[in-house]
Design a protein around this ligand. Structure first.
Ligand code: ADP
Length: 227
C-alpha cells in the first residue's frame, strides 16, 4: 500500500511551559491522510488548529510526537532539509489571501514557480491554466486590490498549488467570505484539489463545508477524533 501523504502521531505542544500562563494545546494528536483524501478539521477558535497545521506543514516543531511526509520522518531533519521538503511538498492557504499587492494575479502565481526553478514561459502557462480552472482567467492582469474577496482567495489557491505540492493545508480558507461566496469558492477549491489528486487538510468552522469532504475530524482537548 502507498504511504500516507501525511502521518502525524501523538503530537504534543505546550506554550509557556511551567509558567502560570501555560497552554497545553496538543496532547497526543494523531492523523493520517492518504493521497487524494480531503479531511475536514473542525474545532472552536483557540483549540489548536493553526498549531496543528503549522506542525504538520513543517513550519513549527512539536514537543513530542512524529510528523511523516510520504513515509519519511521529519522529526530529526536539520532545518534546511525540512524547509526544502516543505517547499517541495506542502501548499498553504490561510484565511486571508496574503497576495503581494504590487503584483498581478498571474505574477503572484508565477513568482513561487520561478523561485522553484521554472522558466517564465512554463510558469505563466501553468498560472493561467490554474486561474482558468478556478474560473478567473480573465482577471489574470488584475492586482489583488482590484479583485473581490472571493477572487483573491481563488488566486491564493492557485498560488498554493503552483509548485504541485502533494499536501495542501488550509486554515479557514473561506472563513473571511460571505456564505454564498464561501460556498462557491469552496467548490472551486475542491474541484482544484480533486483534479490534482492532492491530500488535503482543510480547517473550517462550517459544518456544511466539512460534510463535503471525505472525512471529518474534531480537534478537542488536544486530540483528534471523528466528528
Ligand atoms: P486555533 O487556530 O484553533 O484558533 P491556535 O493553534 O492558534 O488555535 O492556538 C491554540 C492556543 O495556543 C490558543 O490558546 C493560543 O492563544 C495559544 N498559542 C498559540 N500560539 C502561541 C504562542 N506562540 N505562544 C503562546 N500561546 C500560543
Amino acid at each position: 500500500m502507498n504511504n500516507p501523504t501525511l502521518q502525524v502521531s501523538d503530537l504534543t505542544k505546550t506554550y509557556n511551559h511551567g509558567k502560570p500562563n501555560e497552554v497545553r494545546v496538543l496532547q497526543g494528536a494523531s492523523l493520517s491522510v492518504a493521497p487524494g483524501e480531503v479531511v475536514a478539521l473542525v474545532a472552536p477558535s483557540g483549540a489548536g488548529k493553526s498549531t496543528l497545521l503549522h506542525i504538520a506543514g513543517l513550519l513549527d516543531t512539536p514537543d513530542s510526537g512524529a510528523v511523516r511526509i510520504a513515509g519519511q520522518d521529519m522529526s530529526h531533519l536539520p532545518d534546511r532539509r525540512r524547509t526544502a521538503v516543505r517547499r517541495a511538498t506542502v501548499g498553504f492557504i490561510y484565511q486571508f489571501h496574503h497576495l503581494l499587492p504590487e503584483f498581478t494575479a498571474l505574477e503572484n502565481i508565477v513568482l513561487p514557480q520561478l523561485a522553484n526553478g521554472a522558466s517564465q514561459k512554463a510558469a505563466e502557462a501553468r498560472a493561467l491554466a490554474l486561474l482558468d480552472r478556478v474560473g478567473i482567467a480573465e482577471r489574470a492582469s488584475h492586482r489583488p486590490a482590484a479583485l473581490s474577496g472571493g477572487e483573491q482567495q481563488r488566486v491564493a489557491f492557485c498560488r498554493a498549488l503552483a509548485n504541485e505540492p502533494t499536501l495542501l493545508l488550509a486554515d479557514e480558507p473561506t472563513g473571511n467570505l460571505d456564505p454564498d461566496t464561501s460556498d462557491r469558492v469552496f467548490g472551486a477549491l475542491m474541484a482544484l484539489v480533486r483534479d490534482t489528486g492532492l491530500a488535503a487538510v482543510i480547517a473550517t468552522h462550517n459544518l456544511e463545508l466539512a460534510a463535503r469532504m471525505d472525512r471529518q475530524l474534531r480537534l478537542t482537548g488536544g486530540v483528534l477524533a471523528p466528528l
